[in-house]
Design a binder for this molecule. Structure first.
Ligand SMILES: *[C@@H]1O[C@H](CO)[C@@H](O)[C@H](O)[C@H]1NC(C)=O
Ligand SMILES: *[C@@H]1O[C@H](CO)[C@@H](O)[C@H](O)[C@H]1NC(C)=O
Length: 246
């Protein structure tokens, strides 16, 4: 009996210890609380939901099919189709409202969508939306100590200044993302891609380069400022992106 109680106490302790602690850009330290997955949102499997909770997401995406400027389904003024040919992934997408939006340990992303190997999903976006996507691969990807997804990202703005790029700044060793734009421009690990000048991650001014963009059709790469900027542009009218997770 005693050993049974002991085992239960140990079990609870190891579960609590498994939830990660983050130190975000404001210098705040906090430990993830985890969340329940009895009723995961539409499109997110229970196992994926539990994994997101265990690595410190503050909550799953709501995965809206309407009533949101980023939503599951066709028919929007801009669409992105995400495919994962080889691996089980979870697509994560957030709207960039402010500097804290990418910190999924603090702010819920809009989408966390399970993409079992061989599947795809189409997302509609209104014009004038900025945001980014990343992915959790094979229930292995984790959050960085700051509370962002520690993988490759795709960053976008829709509408009149539509641009998309791949950012390897969060993790130079991240998974292989491709974003093929309807204008013919491609952003991938070597094209219209932001890379760190040194180290495995970077974000401060002067620490990153934009590579392989000027030779792409319909790019707006710009090197005149303190830092390079731009990516694949010109998909402002019914833009479509085919994005792949390899
Ligand atoms: C940092 O953490 C604090 C406390 O959880 C939170 O209020 C704030 O929004 C976070 N900021 C960022 C940029 O993540
Ligand atoms: C990549 O493109 C997005 C969307 O336009 C933009 O917000 C972001 O600043 C770009 N990334 C870099 C490092 O310039």
């Amino acid at each position: 009996m005693l050993s049974k109680i002991f085992a239960v106490v140990l079990g609870a302790a190891s579960l609590a210890a498994a939830l990660p602690t983050f130190h975000n850009v404001t210098g705040t330290t906090f430990t993830a609380a985890g969340f329940g997955c009895d009723n995961p949102p539409w499109g997110l499997s229970r196992d994926d939901c539990n994994y997101l909770s265990s690595i410190g997401f503050t909550g799953p995406g709501s995965n809206p099919s309407g009533g949101s400027n980023i939503r599951i389904g066709n028919g929007g003024p801009n669409t992105m189709t995400f495919s994962s040919p080889n691996t089980d992934v979870v697509l994560v997408m957030w709207e960039r409202v402010d500097d804290a939006s990418a910190f999924v340990a603090v702010n819920r992303p809009r989408l966390t969508w399970s993409l079992p190997r061989g599947s795809s999903v189409t997302v509609s976006l209104d014009n004038g939306v900025s945001g980014a996507w990343s992915a959790i691969y094979g229930r292995q990807t984790r959050l960085a100590w700051t509370g962002i997804v520690e993988n490759t990202w795709g960053e976008f703005t829709t509408g009149g200044s539509a641009t998309v790029n791949i950012s390897r700044e969060p993790n130079m060793g991240g998974n292989n993302f491709v974003a093929h734009v309807s204008t013919g421009c491609q952003a991938d690990m070597d094209h219209c891609s932001y890379v760190c000048k040194q180290g495995n991650s970077c974000w401060q001014s002067g620490t990153y380069n934009l590579i392989g963009c000027t030779e792409q059709p319909n790019n707006n790469a710009y090197f005149g400022g303190a830092d390079p900027s731009g990516g694949c542009q010109g998909w402002s009218n019914n833009g479509h992106i085919d994005a792949y997770f390899y």
